[in-house]
Design a protein around this ligand. Structure first.
Ligand SMILES: O=C(O)c1c[nH]c2c(Br)cccc2c1=O
Length: 443
């Protein structure tokens, strides 16, 4: 309609998946309607009478975040959960000094190179709690001209009567376990609050990572082993379907594909338990240089795609798995991806055996790596995402068209041309100008 329709109507129409992409300035506005949201809509008064909120993220522009809340909500307690230390922590806290409603929770990062990647909003309203799990940093640029994923939960009401308050997907328990893992006093009140609310309507599973060397019963609570455990529920008929991984950064994966990518990691995502899977079974989507050059932002989009030459040089085998970013179906081929999604698709790209949207990029730090002959799963970072299993929606598979399932990019994905190269952020790109006539010369 002509009004910016309330998010409530949009949310109802997005049921039962409630999965959205962020609005992108500069694409045809018909693609910024139904299944698109902006942060100001999520925090708007029409979406709920806010009492307090918690924002879990990596990059946070405090002033920008405060003005994303409606004026009337800018005094409601806001807890910012981050992973910064030392100078960066000081800078963040001094940025917020002028706001007396903002508190901080510094997540422990005891293992080197770990980061607090998780992106989640906990929104406490007068009549319930809502959880938002997404992929966008709390900075203007992440919500401006990129492709990001956002899952918005139902409004979970206060638990009345004797119901368990838990859903078949055990989402509430998994969320409590995740928050408990921070072991931080400022999250205790949120944990207690979640325990008093009814999450029985929740249809997604939680797939999260917390830093640590996880063993015994904790080994498959996190990272790719949690995903492996959940995917055991997937229709066996999909066993031969390709796995698609799509992400905005790539870690150091080892000298050979058999070191981690096509053994440990792919085994979890393909639940075949087979250690080696033939190449066409795994399709990876990561922006090419031209994807970045021709994006709405131009080369600066590459500032959010931190794939370094140092890492890329060590793993040229990866480049034969790569596919371009193409999202004509959502009018977002030029909206550079910062979303991360993983899925198993039918060869024709018409159906999905499962679909996940998470903060986790393609890295051992995010998904974990088995150590000590598989005795422990070592994870460096905090990550959080949601998994959609057809079974939780009384289906065998997701029929993308018939079920109106929002898939962020075109399936099947399009392989790199011989002339395509993966975007690398710390080398010059000067052969051709970008959409703004500029070149990329990192220092
Ligand atoms: O958690 C995230 O989303 C991100 C983590 N690390 C980054 C670096 Br390092 C450089 C540029 C962008 C990002 C980023 O977006």
């Amino acid at each position: 309609g002509s009004f910016s329709e309330s998010l409530n109507d949009k949310w109802n129409r997005s049921s039962p998946f409630n999965f959205f992409l962020t609005k992108a300035k500069g694409i045809d506005n018909k693609y910024n309607a139904n299944q698109s949201v902006h942060i100001k809509e999520i925090l708007s008064e029409s979406f709920g009478e806010l009492v307090q909120s918690a924002q879990f993220n990596y990059k946070i522009d405090v002033d920008w975040l405060v003005q994303c809340y409606p004026e009337s909500f800018r005094s409601k307690p806001l807890l910012i959960v981050h992973g910064f230390k030392g100078r960066e922590k000081q800078d963040l806290e001094s940025e917020a000094a002028k706001y007396d409603h903002i508190g901080f929770c510094q997540a422990r990062l005891d293992i080197a190179y770990g980061t607090h990647h998780s992106k989640m909003m906990l929104l406490k309203y007068t009549d319930g709690i809502r959880v938002v799990i997404h992929t966008a940093n709390l900075v203007h640029g992440d919500w401006h001209q990129k492709t990001q994923g956002v899952w918005i939960s139902p409004l979970f009401p206060i638990l009345l009567g004797q119901g368990s308050g838990e859903s078949d997907t055990k989402f509430r328990k998994d969320l409590i376990d995740y928050l408990t893992a921070y072991n931080h006093p400022k999250l205790r009140s949120w944990i207690e609050m979640i325990k008093t609310h009814d999450f029985s309507d929740c249809r997604v599973h939680l797939v999260a990572s917390v830093p640590g060397r996880h063993t015994d019963i904790s080994k498959d609570k996190w990272g790719h082993l949690k995903l492996r455990k959940l995917l055991k529920q997937v229709e066996p008929s999909c066993k031969q379907w390709p796995i698609v991984g799509q992400f905005s950064s790539i870690g150091s994966l080892g000298a050979k594909s058999e070191d981690w990518l096509c053994s440990e990691w792919l085994s979890s995502l393909s639940t075949m338990g087979q250690t080696l899977v033939e190449k066409s079974q795994l399709r990876l989507v990561f922006p090419s240089v031209d994807n970045v050059r021709l994006s709405l932002e131009g080369y600066p989009a590459g500032g959010s795609l931190p794939y370094s030459i140092h890492t890329a040089k060590k793993q040229t085998y990866l480049h034969s798995f790569l596919h371009v970013w193409k999202s004509d179906r959502n009018g977002r081929t030029q909206a550079s991806p910062h979303i991360k999604t993983y899925m198993r698709m039918s060869p024709d790209g018409e159906n999905l055996a499962w679909f996940a949207c998470t903060s986790a990029n393609l890295s051992k730090a995010a998904w974990g790596v088995l150590e000590k002959k598989g005795y422990q799963l070592m994870i460096r970072s905090y990550e959080i995402g949601v998994l959609f299993l057809p079974k939780s929606f009384s289906k065998e598979v997701f029929k993308i068209k018939d079920d109106n399932f929002l898939v962020p990019f075109d399936l099947p994905p399009t392989p790199y041309e011989k002339s395509d190269h993966p975007w690398i952020w710390d080398i010059p790109h000067v052969n051709k100008p970008d959409t703004h006539g500029m070149k990329w010369c990192p220092n």
